[in-house]
Write a protein that binds this ligand. Sequence first.
Ligand SMILES: Cc1cc2nc3c(=O)[nH]c(=O)nc-3n(C[C@H](O)[C@H](O)[C@H](O)COP(=O)(O)O)c2cc1C
Length: 377
Amino acid sequence: MHRALSIDELRGIARRAVPNFAFEYVEGGAEDERALHWNREALDAIRLIPNTLVDTSKRHQRITLFGEESSSPLIIGPTGLNGMLRYHGDAAIARAAAKAGIPFTLSTVSNMRLEDVAENAGGRQWMQLYVLKDRAASRDIVSRAERAGYEALVVTTDANVFGYREWDRRNYRAPGKLTLRSMIDVARHPRWMLDVLSHGVPWFDNIVDFLPPEAKSARTGVAYFHKLFTPDISWDDIAWLREAWPRKLLIKGVMNVSDAQRAAAAGCDGIILTNHGGRQLDVCVAPIEVLPGIKHVVGNRMTIIVDSGFRRGSDVVKAMALGADAVMIGRAVLYGLAAGGEAGVSRAIEILTDEIDRSLGQLGCRTLVEVQPGMIR
Ligand SMILES: Cc1cc2nc3c(=O)[nH]c(=O)nc-3n(C[C@H](O)[C@H](O)[C@H](O)COP(=O)(O)O)c2cc1C
């Protein structure tokens, strides 16, 4: 794991380390996985034009994010079910992020309670909120996050209707019930079984208080779980959240200029341009493609973060050149988690930050501020 040279190599190790059903849960996109591929295509299509003969011996990738310094423009995005890759995976990622000096975002559907992660990890922690059908339950998550000291609330708005991930579906014969083939595959991963299953099947500990008794085990709960989510989320929810949450508020799921303007008018501090890593709308444009237009209109009013498809430090530099304030990463970190727990996550962050640093130097830039739109082809 320590010898992995790239995120793609970590991905290869991750694939071998966990049963296929867990790997495919991480890897899969929706339906034909077009958005998943377009995310990469859009990033690959961007080329950079370097400056030369600039003394880059003193360079750094620090940024200021919501008034505080971050060691790098990376933010760890929220991902549910991290405990399926490693026991207490949420805390492992949060600790690695804290050590690296970058923010970590905990998912609503984490396998650890938000209070336990906050206590366990230190560093800058953000809380992601899926607005649940039960608004009282959502309010409860918000006040728990406030009490636990979370710095920002990230409201995910692109999963009002769940994406159909066919790879993932094929591994279960019914909700929560693996196929025989998947069970045999599990048996082929004794180290994973010892790490993950010996503590019991990972469950949504963060929201377990809202589940009825019959939904409190993994087997029975998955079917019920979908009933928690609701397609009726709207700007009204942002209005009450703005009142309820006193710290930084971000919407994760804005993809066009008019929604970005509306987010600014609603008092949001930031937006995250995303297509959920290609896991929701399968024909969705890549977030990197809508970044310049949105930046142009609301860039001086809100922090703009982008995600989906980032696998190299040079991808991150491209986003910064196009005006992003920071970049969120999802799978790159999960590959690290599956490959080597906390150390694997640290390795993923190290690979990306080394690549950002090299890209800066090779572009003739000393800081990310010097990476300008004029360098984009
Ligand atoms: C396994 C997995 C679980 C995810 N769970 C959540 C979640 O609970 N909440 C959320 O807002 N986004 C979730 N996402 C989306 C990520 O936050 C992020 O938008 C996406 O992974 C970025 O794309 P990338 O994986 O290509 O970096 C998940 C993504 C993955 C891969």
